[in-house]
Write a protein that binds this ligand. Structure first.
Ligand code: NI
Length: 169
């Protein structure tokens, strides 16, 4: 088990557009295992390789709960198909600590991706899972959910961050 360091906004490495994975080897599997360890330790429901300073299109996710149990999901080179039903959802991010806000996300979509072995799969997602998929793919494109906030909310976020910096957190 290895824990990776999660980058925090405004680290410029969070703004790098990640490159597609072309090699499915032991190194990729180790990265994915370490990303799961790091995500569960945080704890969070999703983590993109961009957040641990690896500019590859890889994300891990677990939107399971007590009822469903663990629902580990590996997304390599993911794509969103047929997004539908846009609505406001509350969101947070391990790279933006101590802040949550509402953003517009699609409530339903189809995910097309590869697994850790490079095998293609598709799944239907809705609710939290659909939201997490959009959030993680944004990370792979160098975007953060705070980019989606209205100018007023962004101001509020910046003020809060400035205060936290002054406190030295
Ligand atoms: Ni995030």
């Amino acid at each position: 088990m290895a824990l990776l360091t999660i980058l925090h906004d405004p680290d410029p490495r969070l703004r790098i557009k990640a490159k597609p994975v072309t090699v499915f080897d032991a190194r990729l599997r180790t990265l994915i295992d370490d990303m799961f360890d790091t995500m569960y330790d945080a704890p969070g429901v999703g983590l993109a390789a961009t957040q641990v300073a690896v500019p590859l299109r890889v994300a891990v996710m677990d939107c399971g709960n007590e009822e469903t149990g663990a629902q580990k999901l590996v997304l390599v080179n993911p794509e969103i198909l047929d997004p539908a039903d846009k609505q406001e959802m509350e969101e947070g991010c391990l790279s933006v600590p101590d802040y949550k806000d509402k953003v517009q996300r699609f409530n339903r979509l189809r995910l097309k991706a590869l697994d850790a072995d490079g095998k293609p799969y598709e799944l239907e997602a809705e609710g939290l899972l659909a939201q997490a998929i959009q959030h993680e793919i944004d990370h792979l494109d160098g975007k953060l959910y705070i980019d989606l906030l209205s100018p007023l909310k962004r101001e509020r976020f910046k003020k809060k961050r400035l205060k936290a910096e002054k406190r030295g957190d």
